[in-house]
Design a protein around this ligand. Structure first.
Ligand SMILES: *Cc1c(COP(=O)(O)O)cnc(C)c1O
Length: 244
């Protein structure tokens, strides 16, 4: 084994340890809430993580990766296209001018934050004869710097999107305000779950509220207790990211 190989093995071992710790946290949080841990999907937030390290994660059993820049993501998708069973999610807000590059390349877009994006996705998807699965990002906290639909606009937006044949709404996503303690995020996660229940109760054709994408490295335990079905975890799996 040469030096690079030894480094590679050490890194893979570290990844496995971090993955085991994250899976244990998911399991404990689900059990605390009386939920099935299998009902929580781990999305490994692999933005900024180079292809070789994503491959380590694949070797350890990770299957779903979340990216937030289209060009970076497409490079990784192409580089890993021979790996079977990998699913790519887009977890950042999608710029309207990136819709044509992104359409059909991601199993799920987590953060559709305005109607214009949904309408563009719809057109591009129908041209290709596909349906794009999406979640709606909700600005639960009302911070002006945050993306997402405001809670009061959500039902109307969902109704408009239900009418778009090229787009299938599967649920909601949110990012709570930066906080010192994970507990601070709990009311925001709970609110997202309540909003999903309200929209679900409207019975809008073509709109499901089954998925709740909420929780990141620091607070996904709390999110799972509040009903998260997808957690987006970067740092706790891959270590600190370079600032960009
Ligand atoms: C980067 C990112 C995450 C992961 O954040 P960590 O704190 O590193 O786990 C989750 N969601 C979105 C939208 C992100 O961009």
């Amino acid at each position: 084994m040469n030096g690079a190989e030894a480094d590679g093995r050490r890194a893979a071992g570290e990844f496995q340890e971090r993955l085991d710790a994250v899976l244990a946290r998911i399991e404990r949080a689900a059990r605390r809430a009386g939920r099935d841990p299998g009902a929580v999907t781990l999305v490994a937030a692999s933005k900024t993580v180079p292809v070789e390290r994503v491959l380590e994660a694949v070797a350890c059993g990770c299957r779903i990766f979340g990216e937030n820049r289209v060009q970076e993501a497409l490079g990784k998708i192409d580089a890993l296209k021979s790996e079977a069973g990998i699913e790519w999610h887009f977890i950042g807000p999608l710029q309207p001018n990136k819709v044509r590059h992104a359409i059909g390349r991601f199993a799920l877009l987590h953060a559709v934050d305005r109607l214009e994006v949904a309408e563009r996705l719809d057109r591009a998807a129908r041209e290709r004869g596909i349906t794009q699965r999406v979640l709606l990002e909700v600005n639960v906290s009302g911070e002006t710097t945050k993306h997402g639909f405001s809670p009061v606009d959500l039902a109307g937006a969902a109704e408009r999107m239900g009418a778009l044949a090229g787009v299938r709404v599967l649920g909601l996503m949110t990012i709570p305000p930066l906080a010192d303690k994970p507990e601070d995020a709990r009311p925001h996660f709970r609110r997202l779950r309540e909003l999903a229940a309200q929209v679900e109760a409207l019975g809008i054709p073509g709109v499901s509220m089954k998925e709740l994408s909420m929780g990141m490295s620091g607070d996904f335990d709390v999110a799972i207790e509040e009903g998260a079905t997808m957690v987006r975890v970067g740092t706790a799996l891959f270590g600190p990211r370079p600032v960009r």
